[in-house]
Design a protein around this ligand. Structure first.
Ligand code: FES
Ligand SMILES: [Fe+2]
Length: 320
């Protein structure tokens, strides 16, 4: 979405939403549906120029979603039926906010202001300003055969790190602590200079904060100069798509070789987590899993809160 007219279709909670950059350089989000007969408007990422044109009967919308033209709708080329106002048939907007490099959308028009929603993760970041970081690499993981919530739960608990990431990390369990700050959940590990110096070659052995914003935004900070961001995008109940973007501090100098090493490390770490989450997903189909399990009152408190947030989020629709 770098330029005016750049448009991207995304799936949000099973709804198709289009994101577009307008001529005032703002990013807007709309339901990806023509207001005439509800055709899905944008089917691939691209640039639509100054208008989003429906291929069916050529209704066209400007980049702010206003309907500009509904040709022949009233009979003649520019005729409109009596009582039909173009301004009543613009694209249906979706709440949208941008934080640094990331676009957040919320289908709930009553959702709280994003600035307030962001506050807990800003508190956790402290004086580490994400605006100082630039993307240097992307890893596409494609589809993981696991529910997105299992991937989130796995990310926010430190208990598994010593076992699952035995060869890829040098972060002792006892130096971790869970993070529970409203809907910013995660864990962190603070390492001494000696621990960092003695970390295994090619492993992750730095002070790291594994943060999330409910429901599915993930942001890790890795001292002194790296961020990693990924989304757990649900495709279905059993399939999630992941893409990780690696960011470097603007004052850091990353060689091509270093970037490749970082990519290789994160590729390995994610694959270790995917294998576990796919087995978790399989295990949840067992009749025995209906009883649920147990959570460590010390290491998995953030998982407990995550599950409560999920329950709070789905309860209203279950009661309908
Ligand atoms: S459905 Fe879009 S113009 Fe007819
Ligand atoms: Fe992990």
């Amino acid at each position: 979405l770098a330029d005016s007219g750049d448009v991207v279709p995304v799936s949000v909670g099973g709804q198709s939403v289009l994101l577009v950059r307008d001529e005032a350089n703002e990013i807007n989000a709309f339901y990806n549906v023509c207001r005439h007969r509800n055709l899905q408007l944008i089917d691939e990422t691209g640039n639509c120029g100054r208008l989003i044109r429906c291929p069916y009967h050529s209704w066209s919308y400007d980049l702010c979603g206003n309907l500009k033209n509904a040709p022949y709708f009233g009979g003649e080329a520019n005729a409109l039926p009596p009582d039909f106002q173009l301004q009543d048939h613009g694209l249906m907007p979706v709440k949208c906010a941008v934080w640094h490099d990331w676009v957040f959308v919320n289908l709930d028009a009553e959702a709280p202001e994003f600035e307030n929603f962001l506050q807990p993760i800003l508190n956790q970041l402290g004086d580490n300003d994400v605006a100082d970081y630039q993307p240097v690499a992307t890893i596409e993981f494609g589809e993981v055969k696991s529910n997105w919530k299992l991937l989130m739960e796995n990310f926010i608990e430190p208990y598994h790190v010593q076992f699952v990431h035995k060869t890829t990390t040098s972060q002792p369990l006892q130096d971790h602590y869970p993070i529970i700050d409203e809907h910013c959940l995660g864990s962190a590990v603070d390492l001494s200079e000696d621990q960092v110096a003695s970390a295994g070659e090619g492993t992750l052995g730095v002070t790291s904060h594994y943060l999330t914003l409910f429901p599915n935004f993930v942001l890790g900070t890795y001292q002194p100069d790296q961020l990693g961001v990924h989304l757990n995008i649900p495709l279905s109940a059993g399939v999630t798509v992941q893409r990780r973007v690696i960011y470097a501090h603007k004052d850091a100098v990353y060689s091509e070789q270093k970037i490749q090493q970082i990519k290789d490390l994160w590729h390995s770490v994610h694959l270790e987590d995917h294998a576990i989450c796919e087995r978790l997903q399989a295990g949840r189909h067992s009749a025995m899993a209906a009883q649920g399990g147990v959570l460590s009152p010390h290491w998995e408190t953030s998982v407990r809160v995550f599950q409560e947030l999920v329950a709070d989020a789905v309860r209203p629709s279950l009661q309908k």
